[in-house]
Design a protein around this ligand. Structure first.
Ligand SMILES: [Zn+2]
Length: 301
């Protein structure tokens, strides 16, 4: 059976509008295994994962798109990442000081769950030895002022790219899906009024999608259901997979960054150092000998 974890880009032949559809299934299950939260929180994470899947298609280089919201509500941090190869991962951190009431646990509103907060959209080029420093990291910030992630991202596109963009998300505890349409810079020989009319037509058609359809229909069926009267060209789909970018080398870099004094203090307290990846639960163990090899001879000999 073909995988359901797909990202499909499409374009309209007779107007300057592009679109994308993404569905996460197996990858979403794998991520939820490490995020056992109430359904409303899992669904919001599903929306974040679908969103980074959609946004990743605009990465022009080997890098990563990171969507992170921080707030003062029941959720303190929610984050999803997707790289150039459509590998996704995500995590939610709850605020221990805010009770997750039944009412909150039922709410799907990003504002209710995060409270006063901000959304960061970060594009991070992959740092390689040859490439270090050549590509700039980009970060956009939007205050959380709308009830939905789609609304917050539409605000972001409005402010940053000034390209009309609409997004629809749907997630339950099994699947997460998203639809995006975006006006492209004018290329076809049409005037502003025609462009506006095209946009309004496509937007109105896209807006008839229901969450149930987004979650249950395959992408071809969704496109037919929404745009069967429009000439739509669909590109080869991309496979989306859950993959964590943690590694022993990264854990070593983290220890080096912490610094020898702090690491020594940790070793005195605990006898050894254990680093657990919060995205995938992978465990990295460092004995005093490992640490000595990494940081030099002065560590506890
Ligand atoms: Zn990991």
């Amino acid at each position: 059976m073909p995988s359901n974890d797909l990202l499909n880009r499409f374009i309209f032949d007779d107007c300057d509008i592009r679109g994308e559809l993404v569905t996460l299934d197996k990858s979403y299950h794998e991520i939820l295994e490490h995020n056992s939260h109430p359904p409303a929180i899992q669904k919001l994470l599903g929306e974040f994962l679908a969103a980074v899947g959609l946004l990743s298609s605009t990465l022009k280089f080997d890098g990563m798109i990171i969507l992170q919201a921080r707030g003062e509500g029941a959720i303190s941090t929610i984050m999803a990442e997707c790289n150039h190869h459509s590998n996704v991962r995500g995590i939610v951190r709850l605020n221990e000081e805010v009770e997750l009431t039944e009412q909150l646990a039922q709410s799907g509103s990003i504002l209710d769950l995060l409270g006063k907060g901000v959304l960061f959209i970060t594009i991070e080029p992959k740092r390689t030895e040859n490439f270090a420093g050549k590509l700039e990291r980009y970060q956009g910030i939007v205050p959380l002022e709308r009830d939905t992630l789609a609304g917050c991202l539409e605000d972001y596109f409005q402010q940053s790219e000034q390209l009309a963009t609409r997004l629809w998300f749907a997630a339950d505890t099994q699947r997460a899906s998203g639809l995006l349409i975006q006006a492209l810079p004018n290329q076809l020989k049409t005037n502003a009024e025609e462009n506006q009319n095209h946009w309004e037509t496509i937007e109105a058609l896209a807006d008839t999608i229901t969450p149930e359809e987004l979650l249950s229909l395959d992408h071809q069926l969704i496109l037919h259901r929404l745009f069967h009267e429009q000439p739509v060209r669909v590109f080869e789909p991309r496979q989306v997979t859950f993959s964590c970018s943690c590694s022993r080398e990264r854990s070593e870099s983290a220890l080096i960054a912490i610094g020898i004094d702090e690491v020594e203090t940790l070793l005195i307290e605990k006898g050894e150092i254990d680093i657990d990846c919060q995205f995938c639960n992978k465990h990295y163990h460092f004995s005093p000998a490992d640490v000595r090899k990494l940081l030099g001879g002065s560590v506890l000999h």
